[in-house]
Design a protein around this ligand. Structure first.
Ligand code: NAD
Length: 424
């Protein structure tokens, strides 16, 4: 590959540039004025903190962390915190802006935020993770609060991390403040249905897309990349809805069965053997090739930047349901559109998670908890309505679903900014 091609691909894979490209296209189509474009294109606040942590062997190490609030125009900033060795400020910025648009697409009263700490949880002990989480929380505490900024789990953080954040914040406030984070354990102010919410949302919008094309779940083949929280929950719920899950891809490889995989048995097989490979009745295949299988629904649910200008033409799915954040680059969007792939963009497809986070925040503030049926019913209503809003917006304005989702979101956020006016 030439140096120029490498540099272009590197740029294409920069999540902030990908977010900006879609923003610019949607803003131009909306005819957003220059001043509003300037306001909405920049994150409102960015905080970088250096976090000293004593390691188990006694050494002191300083980790860098970020919290970006992209917008608070429609409500408190909302968005996860990820721990990973390759976290960058550009990535956190992009993820924060996607949260702003995602909350606006599903019309919940939040802005967008995201956080990240550069660290490698795979080599850290539980105690080290707790100390890094607590000190990071203390460093960004002036930003946080149920009315200010409400974090949630993301890559390599979980309900335990949220419990530590809630406790640290509460210790400083001298009172228990459960609504400061979502994705908490159930008996600490968490919501029923939250662990399944993102996968459930993906299932709901995939069913809506099938319905639109007059397809039947029973004759629809699904390929899923990533068998973590989103991928495994979506697999279970899609299988329950009648879909045939023909392939699951993980880092170690993929398993394929054209007649459909038994998802509960595959989860057990991975638990027992440590891998999805060598699953009885299925064939092993190359993980990368899974993306290019002939199928009705392709659900990338692993990470950013997996469908690029280099491979988008090979995607043969009818429907691309983006469970992950940013799985498709902006350049790949055009290729998919030329090939008539029906894209359910990430800011719609995976919004089930933040929607039930919103329900968790509401329940914490009310101190009154809902049963699972109520949570799932309200989630379904929001996802179905949002799918309809985006698709009808796309048809009305002659744009693809992604640009339609951005236009809808930008319009809602711009309207809030206009109503509030500019404080001087
Ligand atoms: P997770 O860590 O639970 O699962 C990700 C899975 O993908 C892991 O099992 C990992 O091994 C696998 N994976 C990583 N690289 C891969 C590759 N190259 N090929 C195949 N598999 C690979 O994370 P998650 O919470 O399921 O999140 C997945 C994506 O969904 C992320 O982009 C995240 O930002 C997004 N998302 C998650 C939620 C949520 O509620 N968890 C909500 C919205 C968006």
């Amino acid at each position: 590959m030439s140096l120029e091609a490498t540099t272009n691909l590197e740029q294409e894979l920069n999540p902030w540039l990908a977010a900006e490209t879609r923003f610019d296209l949607a803003a131009a189509r909306l005819g957003l004025d220059d001043g509003m474009r300037k306001i909405l294109s920049k994150p409102a606040r960015e905080l970088t903190v250096n976090i000293p942590v004593q390691l188990d062997d006694g050494r002191l190490q300083v980790f860098t962390g970020y919290r970006v609030q992209h917008s608070i125009a429609r409500g408190p900033a909302k968005g996860g915190i990820r721990f990973a060795p390759d976290v960058t400020l550009d990535e956190v910025r992009a993820l924060a802006s996607w949260m702003t648009w995602k909350c606006a697409v599903v019309n919940i009263p939040f802005g967008g935020g995201k956080g990240g700490v550069i660290c490698d949880p795979a080599v850290m002990s539980e105690g080290e993770l707790e100390r890094i989480t607590r000190r990071y929380t203390a460093e960004i505490m002036d930003f946080l609060g149920p009315e200010r900024d409400v974090p949630a789990p993301d890559m390599n953080t979980n309900e335990q991390t949220m419990a530590w954040i809630m406790d640290t914040y509460s210790m400083h406030k001298r009172t228990t403040v459960t609504a400061v984070v979502t994705g908490k354990p159930l008996n600490l102010g968490g919501s029923r249905g939250r662990p399944e919410a993102t996968g459930r949302g993906c299932t709901i919008v995939s069913l809506q897309a099938l319905k639109k094309f007059g397809l039947d779940p029973a004759s629809s083949r699904v390929v899923i990349q990533g068998f973590g929280n989103v991928g495994s929950m979506a697999a279970r719920l899609m299988a329950r809805a009648g879909f045939k899950i023909v392939c699951i891809a993980e880092v170690e490889g993929a398993v394929y069965n054209p007649h459909g995989l038994d998802i509960a048995a595959l989860l057990k097989h991975r638990k027992d053997s440590g891998s999805i490979l060598d699953f009885p009745g299925a064939e092993n295949m190359d993980a990368h090739e899974a993306l290019f299988l002939d199928c009705d629904v392709l659900l990338p649910a692993a990470k950013e930047g997996v469908i690029t200008s280099e491979n988008a033409a090979k995607v043969r799915a009818k429907i691309l349901c983006e469970g992950a954040n940013g799985p498709t680059t902006a350049v790949a969007d055009d290729i998919l559109a030329d090939n008539n792939v029906f894209v359910i963009p990430d800011i719609l497809a995976n919004a089930g998670g933040v929607t039930v986070s919103y329900f968790e925040w509401v329940q914490d503030r009310q101190g009154f908890f809902w049963n699972e049926q109520l949570v799932n019913g309200r989630l379904e209503e929001i996802m179905v309505n949002s799918f309809r809003d985006v698709v009808s917006y796309a048809e009305k304005h002659g744009v693809n679903n992604r640009i339609a989702a951005y236009m809808l979101a930008l319009d809602r956020v711009a309207f809030a900014v206009k109503l509030r006016g500019i404080y001087a």
